[in-house]
Design a protein around this ligand. Structure first.
Ligand SMILES: NC(=O)c1ccc[n+]([C@@H]2O[C@H](COP(=O)([O-])OP(=O)(O)OC[C@H]3O[C@@H](n4cnc5c(N)ncnc54)[C@H](O)[C@@H]3O)[C@@H](O)[C@H]2O)c1
Length: 330
């Protein structure tokens, strides 16, 4: 298929581009390189442009007859979204609208959208199914919920089919050391701990140790980026085979506490960095895990990297490579 990948120079998009190329798809990446990198686009054509620019989008769609759009481009830092909500509604919501206008005008039949567990907010359940009511508690989650809704409403009018993938906590890196998370100022636990190992940070904080969990720290569902990338390729194949629109959680259905993750990072790296235990952050649920029954049933998706040690090893290996790349100014 001829596919457009917005945000394909970013962390997750770049892993998906690699797998799409391996599956034989013809790829165009559209990315403004705000948090992505040229080197991360390992296949297809990279068009540098911004989804705020409707003329650039129209030009792109007039040059290529896309059969599918995979939409990753977004801002993703939750605390920043609280401090600067309009940045998130502009880049995540309005720019998704810009993209959808082109999808409609050019009658693109398939769309895969990067959504997030943040759309669920602070649910009472710890294992989340896709049909829970959406109640995001920050502008980032709200901006993604609105994007989901626009995609669904557009699909209701015509021939667009979509798969909305709600990612849980994405981590790890390509095992060959080709790609990994290079997102500046990332707030993700495994990334932050890996930066402590390589000395880019002097230590890290644990937010809250009095949760009702096995060791008092929050539990999250960490999914390896290669397993997540595979879900995108399978979602495309599913729609091309006549599958109906779907919303699917992406996670392993089990979680680890913050302390467990940090312990694995320290054990695997052999580096004992300072960890400061501080108070809870506002609005952090004690435990969040994906019910992944639906993605397994509908796409036949099965993970290959469902192992915290593997996730951490690939993240650590990448962090070292990335630090070298940075010193060489790549
Ligand atoms: N990383 C996670 O744990 C996680 C969890 C849930 C959902 N997601 C979603 O996955 C997607 C990708 O996240 P990521 O971790 O790869 O982030 P990332 O920052 O590495 O990638 C985002 C990419 O989009 C590009 N971009 C941003 N705004 C753009 C614009 N206006 N026009 C063109 N390009 C633009 C950036 O340059 C970057 O390459 C996002 O939509 C995010 O909401 C990520």
């Amino acid at each position: 298929m001829k596919v457009l990948v917005t945000g394909g120079a970013g962390y997750i998009g770049s892993h998906v581009v690699r797998q799409l190329a391996e599956a034989g798809h013809d790829i165009v990446v559209f990315d403004n390189l705000s948090t992505g990198y040229r080197w991360a686009v390992t296949a297809g054509e990279l068009v540098v442009g911004d989804l705020a620019d409707e003329e650039a989008i129209e030009y792109l769609f007039s040059r290529h007859k896309f059969e599918a759009v995979l939409h990753f481009a977004a801002n993703i830092v939750v605390p920043e979204s609280v401090a600067n909500p309009l940045k998130y509604y502009s880049n995540n919501t309005r720019n998704t609208l810009n993209l959808l206008k082109a999808v409609e005008r050019h009658q693109v039949p398939y769309m895969v959208f990067s959504s997030t567990a943040a759309v669920y907010g602070m649910p009472e359940q710890t294992v989340l199914t896709e049909d829970l009511p959406l109640a995001p508690i920050n502008p980032y989650g709200a901006s993604k919920m609105m994007s989901e809704r626009m995609i669904m409403d557009l699909a209701d009018t015509g021939d667009l089919n979509y798969v909305i993938l709600r990612y849980f906590n994405v981590a790890g890196a390509n095992p060959d050391g080709l790609l990994g998370q290079a997102t500046p100022e990332a707030t993700h636990l495994i990334k932050v701990a890996s930066e402590c190992v390589t000395g880019q940070r002097h230590g890290m904080s644990v937010f809250g140790t009095d949760y009702d969990t096995r060791d008092g720290t929050c539990i999250r569902d960490y999914i390896h980026v290669e397993d997540l990338a595979k879900a995108h390729v399978m979602a495309l194949e599913y729609m091309a085979g006549g599958g109906e629109s779907q919303v699917l959680n992406c996670g392993y259905g089990r979680g680890f506490t913050v302390r467990e993750v940090i312990d694995v990072v320290k054990r695997e790296s052999g580096v004992d960095f300072p960890v400061q235990e501080t108070g809870r952050r506002a609005c952090d649920p004690a435990a969040l895990m994906a019910d992944n029954t639906r993605i397994k049933q509908i796409l036949g998706w099965q993970p290959d990297y469902d192992d915290l040690t593997t996730i951490v090893r690939t993240a650590l290996a990448w962090e070292k490579i990335w630090q070298e790349k940075k010193t060489q100014n790549v």
